[in-house]
Design a protein around this ligand. Structure first.
Ligand code: NAP
Length: 291
């Protein structure tokens, strides 16, 4: 049976370390969240981030725009936040109403305030293996979970299911880096990949980020692999009052019998994403104050 990687406990430890560092800061680090529309999941995510920020001493506020906001108005607000010396970090909560608006909004955030790590400059610094940029939060959190296993993966094979800009691509690039914890050979699979199980069966580290409930089953996993489940999927479940359950992209019950380590859903990758956002906010404050 696999060891369970407890993302909740690991993230708590990181948050407590950040809280301690914040107590030595001249003022609380400050992050502003920008939300467009009332997408229920976005409302929940922003509230969660604000709650955890408050617990560890980060000041936050949220600016909410209606769904039909004009792009110019949105970009104007981001520009004012960029120029506001009281604001260390800015987060644009995705998804925005259209892909074009989202792209423009992400690009408008000043790179040194981009605590989500989605600006092209920060993604470029990640490609260059520079420590000067912000890492995207979910990929950075995944790397911390992998490191927590203590397994040396150098020279081993990472397979990433998914190639999105927020998860798949950056996490694959991180595991490719010439750094002691990484240095793996990386394969990316996507919706057009053929014979995916042939790839996943070769993976020493398998990262599933597709958004397909329980798609990875035990017969597609190499015995002893580390399996990181990024997926967050709602599936109908009439046996519980809310009528649905949240499951990952991995069939946990089957795969935990063959893997060496596995993350649960919930309480695996999810809490790490928020912890890494807090880490980036502290980094933004430090860059800002000590620049
Ligand atoms: P996304 O933008 O929809 O990307 C999904 C990726 O999966 C795409 O690259 C897609 O390929 C690929 N894909 C689709 N079907 C596939 C298949 N059958 N085999 C292999 N690849 C396939 O999603 P995302 O934003 O990366 O998120 C992925 C999942 O992670 C979602 O469930 C999301 O809710 C979850 N998530 C969790 C966290 C967290 O903190 N835990 C954070 C972010 C996302 P194409 O490129 O060809 O379309």
């Amino acid at each position: 049976m696999a060891n369970i990687i407890d993302g909740k406990a690991i993230s708590r430890k990181i948050l407590m370390d950040i809280k301690e560092l914040i107590q030595t800061c001249a003022r609380p680090p400050c992050a502003v969240f920008v939300r467009v529309g009332e997408d229920p999941a976005s409302v929940i995510y922003v509230n969660q981030k604000q709650k955890i920020a408050a617990e560890i001493g980060i000041k936050t506020s949220t600016i909410v725009f209606p769904r039909d906001v004009k792009l110019g108005e949105l970009l104007g607000a981001i520009d004012r936040l960029n120029g506001d010396s009281e604001v260390d970090g800015i987060l644009i909560q995705a998804p925005l109403p259209t892909a074009a608006i989202q792209e423009a909004a992400f690009a408008a955030v000043a790179p040194h305030k981009d605590i989500d790590g989605f600006h092209a400059q920060n993604l470029g610094l990640l490609c260059q293996e520079s420590d000067r940029g912000f890492l995207p939060c979910t990929p950075a959190g995944i790397v911390e979970l992998v490191r927590s296993t203590g397994v040396n993966l150098e020279g081993k094979h990472t397979v990433v299911l998914g190639r999105s800009l927020i998860v798949g691509k950056p996490v694959g690039l991180l595991m490719l880096q010439k750094k002691a914890f990484a240095n793996t050979t990386v394969t990316f699979c996507h919706s057009k990949s053929e014979n995916i199980a042939n790839h996943t069966r070769e993976a020493d580290l398998l990262i599933a980020a597709m958004g397909h409930p329980r798609a990875v089953t035990a017969d597609g996993v190499k015995p002893g692999a580390i399996v990181i489940d990024v997926g967050i999927n709602r599936v109908a479940d009439g046996s519980i009052p809310k009528g649905y359950r949240v499951v990952g992209d991995v069939d946990f019950e089957g795969v935990e019998k063959v893997a060496s380590f596995i993350t649960p859903v919930p309480d695996g990758v999810g809490p790490m994403t928020i912890a890494m956002l807090m880490k980036n906010t502290l980094q933004a404050y430090q860059n800002h104050v000590y620049r």
